[in-house]
Structures are given as C-alpha cells and as structure tokens.
Write a new protein. Structure first.
Length: 309
C-alpha cells in the first residue's frame, strides 16, 4: 500500500501536470461533476426530467415513473427512449442542458487553462482559451468541436482549442450516446477504442468532475482505452472526499493506481462540498502554462493514422 497525499482543500498541481502543459501534452477529461456546478442536471436528474416529458405527453403516469425511479439512470433513459420511439415522439434535451449564464464558473477556470479537452458531457460550455504568441502579438483561439466518433483522432488533441465530445454534443443530437444500446455500441467501435488508446498512451490526462457515483463511466473509459498500471505518472483524477472518508480515499487511491495507473488528487468536501473543485481549478489556471506540442508530434500521429512505420 502506498500512502497518498493528504486530503486538502486547495493545493498546487503536480509537477507532471505542469510539465505536460509546457510540452503540449496535457489533456483535461471533463465529466458531469463540472456541468452540475453550472446547475445542469446529474444523470439521475436528467433521467427524471425525460420521464417527466413522457408524463406530460401522457405516455407515463406517476405510478409508472415511481417504479422506474428504482432503476439506474441509464436504464431509465433507455426505457424512456424506447417508449418515445414506439410512440413516434422526439425527446428534446436542449432545455435541460442550457444555462443562461456560466459566468465565473468551473468551466471558465477550465477554459482559462487553455489545453485541449475531452468530455463525456453533452453541453458545449467547454471552449479552451489558448493564445498563440506570434511576433509579440496574440492570435485568438479557434475552437474545434468534434462530436462524431468517425472523426475521433488523437492527433487533433495536439491543437489547443480542441474539444472532443466523447458521448456526442447537444448541437448534434444524432451523435449523443444516451441509452444502454448506444453506450455499448459506442465503446465497441474500433475508432473510439483506438482514440482512447492513443490518448492514454501519448498524453498526460487530468480527470475533472468524475464523482464517486460516476466512477463506473470512468473505469469503462479506462478499460476501453487499454490503460495499464504504468509506473509513469501520466493520469490524475481530482476527486472530493469528506474527511471522515479518509480510509476510503486511501483504498481508492491504491485501487486506481494499481488497476489503471490513475493517481487520485483528493480534496476536502467538508466546508464547500464539490464547489471546492472550482477553487482548485481556478488557482491551477494561474500556475499552468500551455504550449503547443512540437511539429514532430503531429507527424508521428499522422504516420500512425496512415499506417506508416
């Protein structure tokens, strides 16, 4: 057993993350815990809202919804979409995944770091702000938003301003991975598996917004990416714990390190709950300097895509 760093409310980023940003190798992997801080729904809340749409359409009653509430969120959504399809109605998630003002939020802090992002969230509030310095001037960032799995290529993450929506995005509903059937087919897709494998092999990853209740998604992604328990510290995850959960933190730290080579960075939830995460990421934005990777990295990635030796 390895003793993890103490649980703290705020702390500096590990040196490996700082150096990876300078090398152009840092990618932020953003989950629902970040979007929930904007007021967007959790998986379970989203499922209930969708079931509510079916009740308003008189396809479900309160008794039926109450029975479905005992299932996990993905099963609820899968059943809801089956009912909608059978009755030729369209489920609309746009209103549920939109906020009027994201202001000084964790998304702003993530965007201020400026490195490429991968997200399992459908919303489009991720927009990394990276500025190229050319002859003393600054070039505004160009946001490249990729949501179709046919276009998932790891070399795209060499370009700051890139956001890969691993589960699709709200502006392209046809790309959204929502039901269990969608989920299984998506992660069986060869291009998705290759993308994740290259991502975890070539980049340093920081997971943000994957709470304890969402670790099933995180572990599935890591398995599909063929992540091993390498001794090299290239994968990190910011996760919150109450101080009373310190034994759980210790056990999970060693579990993720041994199973996936992921190093938990535990923060204390006692005083600000998960909103402490915003404070941490905001402070890190001032300590992490992002640069573009050298051109040779792009050439290496493209050679692999083309199958060259």
């Amino acid at each position: 057993m390895v003793n993890p760093p103490d649980l703290r409310e705020i702390f500096d980023p590990p040196n490996e993350i700082v150096q990876a940003a300078l090398n152009g190798d840092l990618v932020l992997f953003v989950g629902a815990g970040a979007s929930m801080q904007l007021g967007l729904p959790s998986w379970s809340e989203l499922a209930l809202k969708v079931l509510g749409q079916l009740r308003n359409a008189e396809l479900l009653n309160f008794s039926q919804i109450n029975q479905l509430k005992d299932l996990d969120a993905r099963k609820q959504l899968s059943i809801a979409y089956d009912i909608a399809e059978e009755n030729n109605i369209q489920i609309d998630l746009r209103d549920q995944l939109t906020v009027e003002n994201n202001g000084d939020s964790i998304y702003k802090a993530i965007n201020d770091i400026g490195c490429p992002c991968v997200t399992t969230n459908y919303d489009e509030y991720l927009a990394p702000r990276f500025f190229d310095n050319l002859d003393g001037s600054k070039t505004a960032p160009r946001i490249a938003r990729i949501s179709s799995k046919e276009k998932f290529y790891a070399y795209l993450l060499n370009e700051p301003g890139t956001v890969v929506h691993l589960h699709g995005s709200i502006s392209k509903p046809e790309t959204m991975v929502v039901t269990t059937k969608d989920y299984l087919a998506h992660y069986d897709n060869e291009n998705v598996q290759e993308f994740l494998s290259e991502l975890f092999k070539k980049k340093t990853i920081l997971f943000i917004g994957y709470r304890l209740e969402e670790t099933e998604i995180l572990e599935h992604i890591l398995r599909r990416g063929s992540v091993d328990s390498s001794k090299e510290r290239k994968r990190f995850s910011l996760q919150g714990f109450f101080q009373s959960q310190e034994p759980l933190y210790y056990n999970l730290y060693n579990y993720y390190r041994k199973s996936f080579g992921v190093h938990l960075l535990g923060f204390i939830r006692d005083h600000e709950d998960y909103f402490c995460l915003h404070k941490i990421v905001k402070s890190w934005a001032n300590l992490i300097s992002v640069r573009k990777p050298p051109l040779v990295n792009d050439v290496d990635y493209i050679d692999e895509v083309l199958g060259n030796d």
